[in-house]
Write a protein that binds this ligand. Structure first.
Ligand SMILES: Nc1ncnc2c1ncn2[C@@H]1O[C@H](COP(=O)(O)OP(=O)(O)O)[C@@H](O)[C@H]1O
Ligand SMILES: O=C(OP(=O)(O)O)[C@H](O)COP(=O)(O)O
Length: 478
């Protein structure tokens, strides 16, 4: 996990800091590899390459940076000991971690990510009332209790965390009343109350009544308008963003809206339909778009290629064609893999072979991108300064078809070490980066799958919108 950066004074609201940065066409990546790649790029003529590259350099030199005043969300870092000493602070974290059958935590990333905000509050004398959901329980369900999280939380915070058996009510109120400055009380799973997901105002009011102020640090749940993410803000002032939420927004919104260029987006995963919004939104911002995963076969088929029994969304063929046209119109270099690894069945022990993307035989399915594509993608990535990645390049759960995904993960790690901003946008791509053991070197790894997708799609996150606003000045690339 990338370390949490020192928090700036305030965070930028969605899109607010977005200087209008026209997507600078970068034709070089496509132009250099016209034979190997099924590049669908605006102008794949190599003669354009030098012209465009020098135009990019001149443009970025001319751009430089400038300070912009924007509306921003207030951050916990804006609160000092004077604001926090002795105050009861309701902290919404996303502690929705995976547990095994014996209730052992199998990945504590989300717990570790919540620690900086809690420690900051404790060090300023606050009383922390910590709330989270775990899973999707229907009513009170013991296996979804937050109790198994207490030892790890205590260990990471270096203090004994107390645990309430309920979320609201007299017993919880008594525990809060007895809470000392610098102590933490973990409430029970907030989704044990059906009112949570309904964003019931009465429930939100009762939850809010436990505290004096609210910190939302639950990025992974920020796309949900629930009582503990959105509802409580109506009753608690101030309601501010935690450091994790702030860092997620800085990278997934700030760095993507105002990227160091050239800016490449890598989008993979199973279906076009689940990534339409992300692709359309990134086409407005990026210079290079690399596509992999199951969705590429819908693009191939839309171009008239045979795809065997690969995953295809027949009802998205027109959409794929229009996305290719949109990329061309915007001068974005959209690269599809030129070769694929095909399998005779969807299984880890399937027979496999590498074929050009234009030569997938009947009865075979593409489950990974091939070595030529990896090389082409790597060459394109070598030209960039910012990369965002969402979705695996193949069925990486099967070792035989994990090479493309793992190669991209390694490439991003190599570039990250050279100073390229590398952002992993949640979901399965995070699992891939962790599997390769390169998570620590990435600039940012999102703790939210659905939330990061929605943010990248350009949607507003209710858990962020509801927080208090302030004015900040920040410098952006122009
Ligand atoms: N060629 C392919 N055919 C079928 N499924 C694929 C293919 N490539 C990737 N996938 C699957 O896509 C899934 C991830 O898709 P998705 O949920 O959209 O990505 P993410 O979780 O990163 O957002 C993985 O389970 C992976 O096995
Ligand atoms: O794990 C979560 O989402 P994610 O799997 O999309 O990252 C969050 O905790 C939100 O959970 P939810 O999708 O049950 O609202």
């Amino acid at each position: 996990m990338a370390s949490t950066a020192a928090p700036p004074a305030a965070i930028v609201a969605r899109r607010a800091a977005s200087a209008s940065v026209a997507a600078a066409p970068l034709r070089r990546a496509a132009g250099c590899q016209p034979a190997r790649s099924l590049a669908f790029a605006a102008g794949a003529d190599p003669r354009l390459a030098v012209h465009v590259a020098s135009r990019c350099r001149a443009a970025s030199a001319a751009r430089g940076t400038r300070a912009v005043a924007t509306m921003a969300k207030k951050s916990v870092g804006d609160l000092t000991a004077a604001d926090l000493e002795g105050k009861r602070v309701l902290v919404r974290a996303d502690l929705n971690v995976p547990l095994d059958d014996n209730q052992n935590i199998t990945d504590d990333t989300r717990i570790r990510a919540a620690i900086p905000t809690i420690k900051y509050l404790l060090s300023n004398g606050a009383k922390v009332i910590l709330t989270s959901h775990l899973g999707r329980p229907k009513g009170v369900t013991p296996k979804f209790s937050l109790a198994p999280l207490v030892p790890r939380l205590s260990e990471l915070l270096g203090i004994e965390v107390k645990k309430a058996e309920d979320v609201i009510g007299p017993e919880v109120e008594k525990l809060v009343a007895d809470l000392a400055n610098g102590a933490v009380l973990l409430l029970e799973n907030v989704r044990f109350y059906k009112e949570e997901e309904k964003n019931d105002p009465e429930f939100a009011k009762k939850l809010a009544s436990l505290a004096d102020l609210f910190v939302n640090d639950a990025f992974g749940t920020a796309h949900r308008a629930h009582a503990s993410t959105e509802g409580v803000t109506k009753f608690l002032k101030p309601s501010v963003a935690g450091f994790l939420l702030q860092k997620e927004l800085d990278y997934l919104d700030g760095a993507v809206s105002n990227p160091k260029r050239p800016f490449a987006a890598i989008v993979g995963g199973s279906k076009v339909s689940s990534k339409i919004g992300v692709i359309e939104s990134l086409l407005e911002k990026c210079d290079i778009l690399l596509l992999g995963g199951g969705m590429i076969f819908t693009f191939y088929k839309a171009q008239g290629l045979s795809v065997g029994s690969s995953l295809v969304e027949e009802d998205k063929l027109e959409l794929a064609t229009s996305l290719l046209a949109k990329a061309k119109a915007k001068g974005v270099s959209l690269l599809l893999p030129s070769d694929v690894i095909i399998a005779d069945k969807f299984a880890p022990d399937a027979n496999s072979q590498t074929v050009p993307a234009s030569a997938i035989p009947d009865g075979w399915m593409g489950l990974d991108i091939g070595p030529d594509s990896v090389k082409t993608f790597n060459d394109a990535l070598d030209t960039t300064q910012t990369i965002i990645w969402n979705g695996p390049m193949g069925v990486f759960e099967f070792d035989k078809f994990a090479v493309g995904t793992e190669s991209i993960a390694k490439k991003l790690a190599e570039l990250s070490k050279k100073g390229v901003t590398t952002i992993i946008g949640g979901g399965d791509s995070v699992a891939a980066v962790e599997k390769v053991g390169v998570a620590d070197v990435m600039s940012h790894i999102s703790t939210g799958g659905g939330a990061s997708l929605e943010l990248l799609e350009g949607k507003e996150l209710p858990g962020v919108v509801a927080l208090d606003e302030g004015v900040m000045t920040r410098s952006v690339s122009v």
